[in-house]
Design a protein around this ligand. Structure first.
Ligand SMILES: *Cc1c(COP(=O)(O)O)cnc(C)c1O
Length: 400
């Protein structure tokens, strides 16, 4: 008990509970540590004074530092300043925003598109604009936190189905009575596993049960499909009626989220997606950069092909070395499963000492007992970097 200046006794200080709570995270090897990373060209970085090859980033096509993307941002900065000055509906929608909306719509072969400050905001806002109280949302257990939070915030009833368990989803669709709307939400590439949602069968189920289907292509935009239009393109469901969300923060190398679709949907979201209505628009320079990056994604498909070739070679080498990864994954997200969080952290530390930066992913980001290294490849890596990572990985796994 402490004395307040007036002499009245008060309870414990308001933040006292935090120290033991952090201590308990520490004991379970789940406490997060902030790092300072200095990005360098060629998928390199400096961490704690050490040069490393970065295998933890989502910059799959090496566009975040591309000189053409940087120059586009610089031109817009010079003429428009830094901030957007208000939300898009007030006065934040500049010619750079309009041009990017059109560019995204063209890229995605849709009529219209809408920007959000982040992919997280796009998911929160879109789910909340589509369903509410009295409606039901059906969600894969391994969906991204932003979809989970979008479902929770929406006020709709939530039915979670086990990862990829479409039998369970079909039963839930059949057995959950509602007079309201129904929405199925799924990642297209699951961010911590690198496996793909079965979109054709999800489309069938949505049609059979008169449900809407929302697909989060955050890790797929620019990466999957012959033209980079995501898993929707890769699995041939672009003509079906889905709500497609993407992010500009990963393969596009910039920042922001978007929805591309028919004019009616986009118009509804302009009116009802709260993070879009109540948050400041993206900086114009970011829009200019993203537009340039999309141009590169369209005109340089070799980046994508090379990324896939190497990802498949890397996976094959892991299998040959007997290293356990997610079996049905495709593309540049390559998890190495280690079960215990302490081991994930130890192996990641060893790799860092050897000059390789990889993510150690622990609960609650992944379910308990499935801690892992999350290795991500980029078209900017040399094959030699990847070979050296493999050698270091084998010896670190033996040592830990
Ligand atoms: C990263 C991610 C997001 C959030 O995107 P940001 O643009 O980084 O906010 C949404 N969904 C998935 C599946 C993601 O991996």
């Amino acid at each position: 008990m402490s004395e307040s200046p007036t002499g009245a006794s008060s309870g414990p200080a308001p933040f006292d509970w935090m120290a033991p709570a952090l201590q308990s995270l520490e004991q379970s090897h789940l406490r997060r540590r902030r790092r300072e990373i200095i990005p360098r060209p060629g998928c390199r970085a400096v961490v704690d004074g050490r040069d490393v090859v970065n295998f933890a980033s989502n910059d799959y096509l090496d566009l975040a530092g591309d000189p053409r993307v940087v120059a586009a941002a610089q031109r817009a900065l010079t003429s428009s300043g830094v901030g957007a000055r208000a939300s898009a509906l007030v006065c934040g929608r500049t010619p750079w925003h309009v041009a990017l909306e059109r560019r995204i719509a063209r890229f995605e072969r849709q009529t219209d598109a809408l920007l959000f400050p982040t992919g997280f905001a796009a998911n929160l806002g879109t789910v909340g604009a589509l369903v509410g109280k009295g409606d039901v949302v059906f969600s894969d257990r391994l969906n991204h936190a932003s979809l989970i939070d979008g479902c929770r915030l929406s006020g709709a009833q939530i039915q979670i189905y086990d990862h990829h368990n479409l039998g369970e989803l079909a039963r839930a669709l059949r057995d959950t009575p509602t007079t309201g709307r129904r929405l199925i939400v799924t990642d297209s590439v699951f961010s911590m596993d690198g496996d793909l949602a079965p979109l054709p069968r999800l489309c069938d189920l949505a049609e059979q049960h008169a449900a809407m289907l929302l697909v989060d292509e955050a890790h797929a935009t620019g990466v999957f499909g012959a033209h980079g239009r995501g898993v929707s393109e890769h699995q041939g469901v672009e003509e079906r009626e889905l709500i497609r969300i993407g992010t500009l923060s990963k393969a596009v190398g910039t920042l922001g989220g978007f929805v591309a679709g028919p004019a009616l949907l986009i118009d509804w979201l302009w009116n009802r997606a709260r993070p879009q209505v109540f948050s400041t628009a993206l900086p114009p320079a970011i829009c200019a950069a993203a537009e340039q990056a999309l141009e590169i994604i369209e005109t340089e498909p070799a980046r994508r092909r090379q990324l896939f070739e190497r990802s498949e070679m890397f996976r094959a080498e892991l299998r040959r070395a007997g290293i356990s990864t997610v079996t049905n994954a495709e593309g540049p997200i390559v998890p190495v499963l280690l079960e215990h969080p302490q081991r994930a952290v130890q192996v990641a530390e060893r790799l860092e000492q050897a000059g390789f930066f990889v993510g150690a992913i622990r609960p609650p980001t992944v379910p308990p007992g499935t801690s892992r290294l999350r290795i991500t490849l980029s078209s900017g890596h040399d094959w030699r970097d990847i070979e050296q990572l493999l050698a270091s990985l084998s010896s670190s796994l033996e040592a830990c």
